[in-house]
Design a protein around this ligand. Structure first.
Ligand SMILES: NC(=O)c1ccc[n+]([C@@H]2O[C@H](COP(=O)([O-])OP(=O)(O)OC[C@H]3O[C@@H](n4cnc5c(N)ncnc54)[C@H](OP(=O)(O)O)[C@@H]3O)[C@@H](O)[C@H]2O)c1
Length: 342
């Protein structure tokens, strides 16, 4: 799909957010309200509370008629859905009633995860989900394939001239329910010798939730259409750690071979090192060339700002994942035994 920005229109808008009770959806609603727009959020209300000041419509998209409570027309709509069965009835109910549509997709739609430096316009994407795929958790590829189907459903219903397909990479920042970035914020705050996976030159790529939300609102205001990655340019693992670590702490880089030997999980979960992916298998995942997105308005903030604000917003109810102190000590000891400190 070719990208196309229609003339900037700074009038206040009626915006419909399908979602809006958690993380990115809440951030979109919060920033739209702050910009003076009239915001309606539609969800069940089970993931969290909508932001004060939005109109909240309780809907259940598991019911094919579940969106019947949404009335009226909207200048812009934002959908964060993951299931084709949620998107199909929504586009049926809302086609023709929203002037601009942002569908929040994902970088997991890309099929080549090992080639570094890929760009949106040439990177291959997965096949759409087969008809019996609807649960993003049913298979390792199901999430990406379901999103490919959702992208197609939205584009077919509203037309390329109305649709912004926004493909975030790893989203971090305040209110992140996953706890992945929180691990590093907490670990940096604890100080001491910090185990870091891989090498200082490995790439890490992420984006602050507020930068994605702000870009989605700006895109709706500007009637931006087309398909873009929503993630900051990659940084090195050392730059990542420098943004988090306080004076007096040290970082010890442990090669991935030793991590794998000790059955440390990548990315997320118990006994994992969050945001670490084995190389070269996943070298394409956190190394995307996002020049096209920066050219049309994505404005990533410095990671140190994200780290500071995430630290200030940490909650006790986010999942506890990553290494325990004992597990980290076990790996550091094993590494030092093999490669004595100089
Ligand atoms: N986190 C990342 O690192 C990452 C990376 C790439 C892409 N993404 C994408 O970014 C988006 C994140 O969205 P998000 O942070 O707002 O979280 P989310 O967990 O995707 O939010 C889903 C929203 O849909 C609503 N919902 C779920 N089931 C529903 C149902 N049956 N009926 C009505 N509403 C329902 C939820 O509200 P209720 O439960 O209250 O109904 C919630 O507001 C997603 O599209 C995700 O795929 C995320």
């Amino acid at each position: 799909m070719t990208a196309k920005a229609i003339a900037v229109d700074d009038q206040l808008m009626r915006i419909l957010v399908l979602g809006g009770t958690v993380f990115l959806g809440r951030a979109v609603a919060r920033q739209a309200l702050a910009a003076g727009h009239d915001v309606t959020c539609a969800a069940r209300g089970s993931s969290g509370e909508p932001i004060d000041g939005v109109r909240f419509v309780k809907v259940d998209r598991d019911d094919p008629d579940g969106l019947s409570g949404i009335d009226g027309e909207y200048d812009a709509m934002v959908d964060v859905a993951r299931r084709p069965s949620h998107v199909r009835p929504a586009v049926g109910a809302l086609a023709g009633r929203a002037g601009h549509v942002t569908f929040v997709s994902t970088g997991s739609v890309y099929s080549d995860i090992s080639t570094p430096g890929q760009r949106v316009e040439t990177a291959p994407i997965m096949e759409p989900a087969p008809p019996d795929f609807d649960d993003p958790a049913q298979d390792p590829d199901a999430y990406g394939r379901c999103k490919v189907t959702c992208e197609q459903l939205v584009t077919d219903a509203f037309g390329e001239d109305h649709v912004f397909l926004c493909r975030p990479g790893l989203i971090v920042g305040p209110e992140d329910p996953t706890g992945r970035f929180d691990y590093w914020v907490r670990r940096a705050a604890r100080g001491g010798e910090i185990l870091v996976p891989g090498t200082p030159d490995d790439l890490v790529q992420l984006v602050d939730v507020r930068d994605v939300a702000g870009w989605i609102i700006a895109a709706a205001e500007a009637r931006l259409t087309g398909t873009y990655d929503a993630v900051s340019p990659p940084i090195t693992r050392q730059e990542f750690m420098d943004a988090l670590v306080e004076d007096g702490s040290t970082t010890t880089y442990v090669p991935q071979e030793l991590l794998l030997e000790h059955e440390i999980e990548p990315w997320s979960g118990p006994r994992s090192l969050p945001l670490w992916l084995p190389l070269p298998e996943y070298a394409g995942f956190m190394s995307r060339d996002v020049t096209p997105s920066l050219e049309v308005g994505l404005q990533p903030r410095p990671l140190a700002d994200t780290a500071r604000d995430t630290a200030a917003a940490l909650r006790d109810d986010t999942p506890s994942l990553g290494l325990t102190e004992a597990e980290e000590t076990e790996i550091l000891d094993a590494w030092h035994a093999r490669s004595p400190k100089t």
